[in-house]
Design a protein around this ligand. Structure first.
Ligand SMILES: NC(=O)c1ccc[n+]([C@@H]2O[C@H](COP(=O)([O-])OP(=O)(O)OC[C@H]3O[C@@H](n4cnc5c(N)ncnc54)[C@H](OP(=O)(O)O)[C@@H]3O)[C@@H](O)[C@H]2O)c1
Length: 412
């Protein structure tokens, strides 16, 4: 099935849904820049192919007859029940049905939201499906369950990748980890909204495309399986907050752990206030993450043992949320400052090379350096090793070990 009958049938065609999002964007960038010769990844946006419209899915997939489908799309986590159901569940179901019809792999993204709290949770753990679940976890859980069933009854070749708290740059929304960073940078977190023990697992967005590439090339091992794609060690939320605080040299939050009942009461007051403001025509919205407030006080760590025991090799085992923090802080704070969402105390931090200052005050200097800027070839200046490093990009254990033995750098 798949690309039979197409002229260049050595190159696999994939369809990625959600390519403008945090995870999808990283996958798209990776496949466009690092595995060009092997794959052609199509990424229709939601205007071209909406998961809410089965006809969109049908028409697009029939026209392109891909060799695999990757679904990273979700609706906003605070969407209403219908939008959540149609996008996160029915959309998933229709893509999986199309994958069965075409006889191709379907790569699905799920979330730690389908798991209970607790330590070292395994891939077999799942919440109980009850009406009381919030829309987002309910839709993700339903989707996981439907995929398991379709694998069992229809032979669906799928892999379910469960992510925990994702950290990574190039995101356009302030959500999840970014929400916390924003609250700290904006100085709206007076106390620690957690306790001394609460730990969580984190997923590195940069590493996700390596895993996707690897599982596409190793279907036998990964088919019909769920994997926790998380860093091996969970992180204390309080330690993360205090590390960010110290990087930003902030006075707040104070090192006082706000007990959960008080935090809940505060959140309740804010909900009442936003309702009141809306009642008098002032647009206001609570951060959707407040629905997860309780999780800030509870440990949820996902076991990475299954991932570690697989043939996939972490392309950068040293990278953790802590090693990536300086880059993430620099990226997001610069962005939020550019958008006038926050006002920085320290402009040097935001623009160390003083490019904005020169642009504002001495534009002639920009033209004066033009000669030097354009004297270097542009197209042939490549940040990434090509050719020799291709093996490392598949995340294949054998070829990676070989590279490491040869003393060559295995880079992200
Ligand atoms: N980010 C996290 O912290 C996190 C944590 C755990 C699990 N996950 C999982 O990881 C996956 C990716 O999450 P993300 O954070 O990358 O999401 P995201 O940044 O919010 O991106 C969502 C994507 O879905 C697309 N989309 C929304 N409605 C659509 C529709 N009706 N039809 C087609 N596309 C639609 C959006 O496209 P448009 O922009 O065109 O609307 C966007 O590209 C999801 O399965 C999520 O559950 C994420």
């Amino acid at each position: 099935m798949g690309n039979q009958g197409r002229p260049d049938n050595d190159k696999k065609i994939g369809v990625l849904i959600g390519g403008s999002g945090l995870i999808g964007g990283g996958i798209l960038h990776y496949f466009k820049t690092r595995s060009e010769g092997e794959f052609d990844l199509l990424a229709p946006n939601s205007k071209r192919l909406s998961l809410r419209d089965p006809e969109d899915i049908r028409l697009y997939l029939k026209r392109h007859t891909p060799d695999f489908i990757i679904n990273t799309a979700i609706t906003a986590i605070d969407s209403n029940p219908l939008l959540t159901f149609e996008t996160n569940y029915l959309g998933t179901l229709n893509l999986a049905k199309a994958a069965v019809d075409l006889g191709i792999p379907y790569i699905h993204f799920s979330s730690a939201a389908v798991l209970p709290t607790g330590e070292n949770l395994s891939e077999d753990d799942q919440l109980r499906l009850t009406p009381e679940l919030a829309n987002y976890p309910k839709s993700k859980l339903l989707a996981e369950m439907a995929l398991q069933e379709m694998h069992r009854t229809l032979g669906l070749d799928y892999t379910n990748i469960r992510l925990a708290v994702v950290y990574g740059a190039h995101d356009h929304k302030i959500q999840g980890f970014q929400r916390m960073l924003f609250a700290l940078a904006d100085q709206t977190m007076p106390f620690l909204f957690t306790d001394q023990q609460a730990m969580h697992s984190y997923s590195n967005a940069k590493k996700v495309p390596f895993f996707v590439h690897h599982i596409l090339s190793h279907r036998e091992e990964f088919s019909g399986q769920t994997f926790h794609f998380v860093d091996p060690h969970p992180v204390l939320l309080s330690q993360l907050i205090l590390t960010i605080k110290s990087y930003l040299e902030l006075k707040r939050p104070m090192e006082v752990f706000l007990p959960y009942p008080l935090a809940k009461f505060g959140a309740g007051c804010m909900v009442a206030l936003t309702r009141m403001l809306r009642g008098i025509g002032i647009e206001s919205k609570m951060p959707p993450e407040l629905m997860f407030l309780k999780n800030f006080y509870q440990t949820q760590s996902l076991s990475a043992a299954k991932l570690k025991g697989s043939s996939f090799v972490d392309p950068n085992p040293q990278a953790t949320i802590f090693t990536e923090l300086p880059m993430l802080i620099q990226y997001y704070l610069t962005r939020w400052e550019d958008l006038n969402l926050i006002i920085p105390d320290d402009t040097i931090f935001f623009d160390p090379s003083k490019r904005a200052e020169i642009f504002q005050n001495d534009p002639k200097q920009i033209l004066a350096s033009l000669g030097a800027d354009v004297s270097q070839p542009f197209l042939d200046t490549c940040m990434w090793p090509r050719g020799g490093a291709v093996d490392s990009e598949t995340g294949d254990k054998e070829s990676q070990m070989q590279l490491q033995q040869e003393g060559r750098e295995v880079r992200q």
